[in-house]
Design a protein around this ligand. Structure first.
Ligand code: GLY
Ligand code: MN
Ligand code: MN
Length: 446
């Protein structure tokens, strides 16, 4: 196993330094039962994993700040009997060695050790509100310590959200993380290309089912070493593309329709998130091409705003500017650009924002504004090198009286993953085919 112990240790040290005093306690995610004896595939908690690199369930990391800083892992015991059924588990000693903790203990010792370490601490950093049984356990520790007041023991006066400190750390990706995100992006890009490609026959063609295309994505993700899809794939043909979170993926692909696919994978915890839209039969109709070119131009305008001198909302504003002008030119919206922006009429066709942070979570951690003060409505934070985000404008035209029938049921989104660099940006998902000419070329030979 090749674990970047230096990287994870440095993250723990950085968090400890930013805490300055007190202790932090962060659990991983619980296992989830799907039905009776069947579990959902296990996924660790992103905050816990960010600090540990440890993927086993039933684990907790505890960080002690102050004069004698240390990091402690609690994990499942080694258990040869259980390992026959469920597979390998590290146990505390091997986990401490392998993952570079100062100390490691059985998860069964958590209550005893936490009570010792938490006593007389000024501050507890934790994450409440995610899991009620964890919240109750934390409150239980606090109450046990409060009940010892007459023996001179005190509970922390102050409980602080550890995610607040960690969100800011997670927002800026290290070279190690960027490398993983590039790999994740490349796997997802090759899956999108696979769906469009001609290899003896076309992977996507009329009369296939959406789920058959979804299967090609899973094939490519797992074949290339990704552990899972990063989210449920959207494989939406024809009118289904106008349902933003469509994931039934069970309709037949009709000749002449477009197919919108929003699918990305997770590699060592890092998500990719790509959307491509292409014709089922390999050739855009003139009206499909017009709308596609508009969305592509909006995306190019947005990507050109991904640079250190821009604020978070600049890519969205740039995309909106291009889309609204296009809607007016195509007679989908009426009035001047300013009037349509002001009235919000464009929302009939573009009702979501243009992106989100991307990382361990597909909608990743991190604030979008500089401060939460109520009187500041447009204090978007500036983009800085090593932030990663998606750029994903779209256009979704449902049948309506005010829309010419030629446009009905065209749903298009184009989504890429972008890294902010010192002088602009790098499109991590650039290998996924995107222009009309390239799409038609890769789908040719039918
Ligand atoms: N696939 C989730 C998103 O695009 O936000
Ligand atoms: Mn996205
Ligand atoms: Mn997406």
């Amino acid at each position: 196993m090749n674990i970047n112990v230096t990287e994870f240790k440095a993250r723990r040290q950085k968090l400890i330094a930013s805490m300055s005093e007190g202790i932090a306690i962060i659990p991983t995610a619980p296992e989830a039962i799907r039905n009776r004896d069947s579990h959902y595939p296990y996924r660790f908690d992103s905050y816990f994993y960010y600090l540990t690199g440890f993927k086993e369930p039933e684990s907790v990391v505890l960080l002690v700040a102050g004069d004698n800083p240390k990091s402690i892992l609690f994990c499942r015991d080694k258990d040869i009997e259980r390992e026959i059924w469920d597979g390998f588990r590290f146990g505390a000693d091997a986990a401490r060695e392998t993952f570079g903790f100062d100390e490691a203990y059985s998860i069964n010792e958590l209550d005893t050790i936490v009570l010792k370490l938490l006593a007389n601490q000024p501050k507890l950093y934790c994450s409440l509100g995610e899991n009620t049984s964890w919240d109750a356990r934390v409150m239980g520790w606090m109450n046990t310590l409060r009940a010892q007041a007459r023996s001179g023991v005190s509970a922390p006066d102050n409980i602080s959200d550890v995610r607040k400190l960690m969100d800011e750390m997670r927002l800026f990706k290290s070279p190690f993380e960027i490398d993983l995100m590039r790999q994740s992006a490349n796997i997802a890009a090759s899956a999108h290309n696979r769906a469009m490609q001609y290899v003896g026959s076309n992977f996507t063609r009329p009369n296939m089912m959406e789920y058959e295309i979804e299967a090609e994505f899973l094939h490519e993700f797992y074949r290339k070493g990704a552990q899972a899809p990063a989210y449920t794939s959207i494989v939406a043909s024809g009118a289904n593309a106008c349902t933003l979170h469509y994931n039934a993926n069970n309709a037949k692909l009709n000749n002449g329709d477009l197919l919108l696919i929003d699918a990305g994978c997770e590699l060592e915890g890092y998500a990719s998130d790509i959307t491509r839209t292409f014709p089922v039969n390999g050739k855009f109709t003139p009206v499909q091409k017009d709308v596609y070119e508009l969305v592509l131009a909006a995306q190019a305008a947005a990507i050109s705003q991904v640079k250190p001198q821009s604020h978070w909302n600049a890519p969205h504003e740039a995309a909106l500017d291009v889309l609204v002008q296009g809607f007016i030119d195509m007679k989908l919206c009426k009035g001047s650009k300013d009037a349509v922006l002001e009235s919000g009429d464009y929302r009939q066709f573009y009702m979501h924002r243009t992106g989100h942070w991307l990382g361990l979570d597909v909608h990743d951690a991190g604030e979008y504004k500089e401060s939460k003060s109520k009187d500041k409505l447009d204090n978007w934070r500036m983009l800085e090198p090593n932030m990663t985000l998606t750029v994903e404008p779209g256009c979704y035209i449902r049948p309506a009286d005010n829309v010419p029938e030629a446009f009905w049921n065209i749903g298009i989104r184009i989504e890429d993953d972008v890294l902010v660099t010192h002088n602009g940006c790098e499109v991590l998902t650039k290998n996924a085919v995107k222009t009309v000419a390239d799409i038609e070329a890769i789908m040719a030979n039918r």
